[in-house]
Write a protein that binds this ligand. Structure first.
Ligand code: NAP
Ligand code: ZN
Ligand code: ZN
Length: 352
């Protein structure tokens, strides 16, 4: 066992604080990773505050992990010490069910998420990336090209794959008109990927002051979603809209913007339900409302390789772990540009 320093929430309404715990020694198929950077996802906040009613404490959040391999088990054949690697939202699955066989481990009923998930090794809940090191089965570790800035690559492990996967699944490409709702961690990656796939990209935002940034990130047009006049100009014109908003809101203002057979895909997972959407809007033009959850390991590797080839990373603000509680407050105010990333070296200044 190795003593590890992290930051943990001990209940749903107090700040994260320094926390010491043990990581297992690598099993034959495990990789030990020294964590260099970890992104801060809105899902971390939902879980720390028990907004999905499934939180186990103490909780060490973090599932956008970049690090260096420091040790490998005797049967590891995919990695060696010194490799730059990533770990995203999952660390294991059953490997046998139809979802796993289709490379969609994220849908496996026995998927083990990176934190706040039952850990069969310790018997308790597992701990995530707001920590100095992690031990993961090699099948859930990703290769990360040294061409990519490691801090800015960290958010690819969740925000990246969560936006890449639905754009691929719905075959977005040249000639498609695509909407991205919300310019936060997921939204800014959605703009970058939709643009890279050749689509005409429209950002919907509640923050008019993000307009210039959205265009710099790759949006062709920016619409203020609280301005009905601006919304009306786009009625019935979208092939696909990816909605990343983390709060309940009226979905009808987006379904009516879809063309016939268009899809509104939800990836934001608010703590309360959205108001019930209009069935009429769906029936009239055979439109769909769908959802999507991260992506499988094979597709996550494909996304990371695509990013290395096209030089795509996240726009980030690096913080020491000691600023994590202030960072959460800024995310909740939609004041993040466009992902906070923890510099794990700051953990060394922490006294447990
Ligand atoms: P984020 O950085 O906080 O971005 C969310 C953005 O939504 C905000 O920046 C804001 O953009 C907009 N927004 C916030 N409140 C709003 C409101 N009341 N009405 C309209 N727009 C609002 O969050 P994130 O990390 O991108 O995550 C977004 C959501 O996706 C969270 O619920 C998270 O749990 C979920 N998630 C899902 C998956 C998945 O696999 N499905 C994976 C990761 C995260 P503007 O200022 O531009 O309006
Ligand atoms: Zn996430
Ligand atoms: Zn499975």
């Amino acid at each position: 066992m190795q003593k590890t320093i992290g930051y943990a929430a001990h209940n749903s309404n107090s700040p994260l604080v320094a926390f010491s715990f043990e990581r297992r020694d690598p099993l034959p198929t495990d990789v030990r990773i020294e964590i260099l950077f970890c992104g801060v996802c809105h899902s971390d906040i939902h879980q720390v505050r028990n907004e999905w009613s499934n939180s186990a404490f103490p909780m060490v959040p973090g599932h956008e992990i970049i690090g260096k391999v420091t040790k490998v088990g005797s049967e590891v054949n995919k990695f060696k010490p010194g490799d730059t690697v990533g770990v995203g939202c999952m660390v294991d699955s059953c490997r046998e069910c139809p979802d796993c066989r289709d490379n969609l481990e994220q849908f496996c009923n026995n998927a083990v998420f990176t934190y706040n998930s039952p850990d069969k090794h310790s018997g308790g809940s597992n701990y995530g990336g707001y920590s100095g090191q992690i031990v993961v089965n090699q099948d859930f570790v990703l290769h990360v090209s040294d061409k990519l800035d490691p801090a800015a690559a960290a958010p690819l492990l969740c925000a990246g794959i969560t936006t890449y996967s639905p754009l691929k699944h719905w075959k977005i490409g040249k000639g498609d008109k695509v909407g991205i709702v919300g310019l936060g961690g997921l939204g800014h990656m959605g703009i970058k990927f939709a643009r890279a796939f050749g689509a005409h990209v429209v950002l919907f935002t509640t923050s008019p002051d993000k307009t210039e940034d959205a265009k710099r990130l790759g949006a062709d047009e920016v619409v203020i979603s609280r301005n009905p006049g601006q919304m009306q100009q786009h009625l019935g014109s979208f092939d696909f809209i990816l909605n990343t908003v983390a709060a309940p809101h009226n979905l009808d203002i987006y379904t009516e913007l879809l063309k016939h057979d268009g899809t509104l895909c939800l990836v934001g997972l608010p703590d309360q339900p959205h108001p019930s959407p209009s069935v009429g809007n769906l029936i009239m033009k055979r439109r769909s409302i769908a959802g999507s959850l991260i992506g499988g390991i094979k597709e996550t590797q494909e996304m990371l390789d695509f990013c290395a080839e096209h030089n795509i990373v996240s726009d980030i603000e690096i913080i020491p772990i000691q600023q994590i509680n202030e960072a959460y407050e800024r995310v909740l105010k939609s004041d993040v540009k466009y992902r906070f990333v923890i510099d794990s070296a700051s953990l060394k200044q922490t006294k447990d």
